[in-house]
Design a protein around this ligand. Structure first.
Ligand SMILES: NC(=O)c1ccc[n+]([C@@H]2O[C@H](COP(=O)([O-])OP(=O)(O)OC[C@H]3O[C@@H](n4cnc5c(N)ncnc54)[C@H](OP(=O)(O)O)[C@@H]3O)[C@@H](O)[C@H]2O)c1
Length: 274
């Protein structure tokens, strides 16, 4: 089984490469910038698609979330991927309840209508955000987000990747949509208390007014589409929907989902060195 991993440099894609290799599958990284570690693939450059898909039996897909034509690109890629038999799509928790400007529900329909064996993953917010996207803010000691005081069952991307690798390399997962969460729901205040403890420094969450967040994104030059999209995701946190806990990771991987404390302990130097 040869699996092409789209988004292989990202938080889930890197872990999917490792999880596939651990299962003895041939994993090929699809990488936007030319690299000796994989084959070139750019959602924005259709000439890269067919050569990258050559010989692939299966696809792990992080969709073209940043492309203005995100709505059509996945459908077009699937039409090109005639040799591919199996697909795992990374979606997002609550995809079917988000406004249509968020393309994940459309992508889910695209894979469902592709005629291929498909599995959809709907993970909650990644634990790894605290070590990557949120890191610049945390280096200054304060994380400001419009997440209110609601809890989120943050999930480790390695658990998402293990589920992806299982669905890509074994039978019995076609036609399934898996909601993937961590084993507990924490508020951002609680999450930062854990980070403060492992890093031995004061890190604080400051709830941001949703309109202030929108204005800050606009001032930073974010496209209106991204602003609306982010507002919807944070609204979903504030209404409590992202506190859901599922046992899917434990059921499929045969080990408990990784805790936020375990993730924080493992990455403690990340926040200490600020
Ligand atoms: N972050 C979360 O908490 C979370 C939770 C649930 C679902 N999701 C979903 O996960 C997806 C990725 O989110 P993220 O921001 O967390 O991702 P990420 O870890 O930053 O990974 C994004 C990946 O996509 C690749 N990529 C970006 N533009 C590309 C292009 N034009 N052509 C080919 N590859 C391209 C990136 O490659 P480069 O290295 O070249 O940039 C990177 O490998 C999104 O669809 C998001 O909705 C995220």
């Amino acid at each position: 089984m040869k699996v092409l991993v789209i988004g292989a440099t990202g938080k889930t894609g890197r872990a999917v490469m490792d999880a596939l290799t651990a299962r003895g599958a041939e994993a090929l990284a699809a990488i936007r910038n030319p690299s000796p570690d994989g084959v070139r693939f750019d959602w924005a450059d259709r000439t890269t698609w067919k050569p990258a898909l050559e010989g692939a039996d299966a696809l792990y897909i992080v969709g073209p979330y940043a492309q203005p034509d995100a709505d059509v690109l996945l459908r077009d890629l699937l039409a090109t991927a005639t040799n591919v038999r199996r697909i795992v799509l990374l979606s997002v928790i609550g995809a079917d309840k988000l406004p249509s400007i968020v393309p994940m529900a459309g992508w889910e329909r695209d894979v469902q209508n592709s005629g291929k064996e498909w599995t959809i993953l709907r993970p909650n917010w990644f634990q790894q955000n605290f070590a990557e996207g949120f890191l610049p803010a945390l280096q200054n000691g304060t994380l400001e987000l419009p997440a209110g005081d609601a809890a989120v069952s943050f999930v480790d991307t390695r658990d998402i990747a293990e589920v992806a690798a299982i669905a890509l390399t074994s039978d019995g997962h076609s036609g399934q949509t898996y909601e993937l969460t961590g084993p507990e729901a924490l508020t951002h205040t609680e999450a930062l208390e854990i980070l403060s403890k492992v890093a031995d420094r004061d890190l604080r969450y400051v709830p941001l007014d949703p309109s202030a967040h929108t204005e800050a994104m606009r001032a930073a030059g974010a496209p209106e589409r991204t602003i609306t999209w982010q507002a919807a995701l944070f609204s979903q946190i504030r209404d409590g929907s992202d506190a859901t806990i599922t046992n899917t990771i434990e059921r499929l991987t045969a080990h408990p989902a990784r805790t936020f404390t375990a993730f924080a302990t493992e990455h403690a130097p990340t926040w200490q060195s600020a």
